[in-house]
Design a protein around this ligand. Structure first.
Ligand SMILES: [Zn+2]
Length: 106
């Protein structure tokens, strides 16, 4: 099943933009979220499963911030474990992400 990644996603009352950022490649990061600008950036050069994991990972950061209202006990390890688990489920369900609507960060 192909799922198209939209360039913006509503989470709670907030609209987050999704784009690629070439600078992530230099820092060897897969993805990043900026809650102030409400921007999720993904490293386009990563493999498909890694891009999927990066998007799920950053979305979990946004979800935990908006719906859980605490960063103190939502650790990077917890987010990483959940995003890897969800990515495995998506891969086994045959979910493939279509990134054709996603543009490079301006
Ligand atoms: Zn993280």
């Amino acid at each position: 099943m192909i799922v198209k990644v939209s360039s913006a996603i509503q989470i709670g009352g907030h609209l987050y933009q999704i784009c690629f950022d070439h600078d992530l490649q230099d820092r060897n990061d897969w993805g990043e979220v900026n809650h102030h600008t409400q921007l999720i950036t993904i490293n386009e050069s990563r493999l498909a499963s890694q891009r999927t994991e990066a998007l799920v990972h950053e979305l979990l950061h946004v979800i935990s911030r908006i719906f859980y209202h605490s960063n103190d006990d939502v650790t990077e390890q917890l987010i990483g474990s959940m995003s890897e688990g969800l990515t495995q489920v998506f891969v086994e369900l045959g979910v493939e992400l279509d990134w054709s609507d996603i543009k490079e960060k301006e």
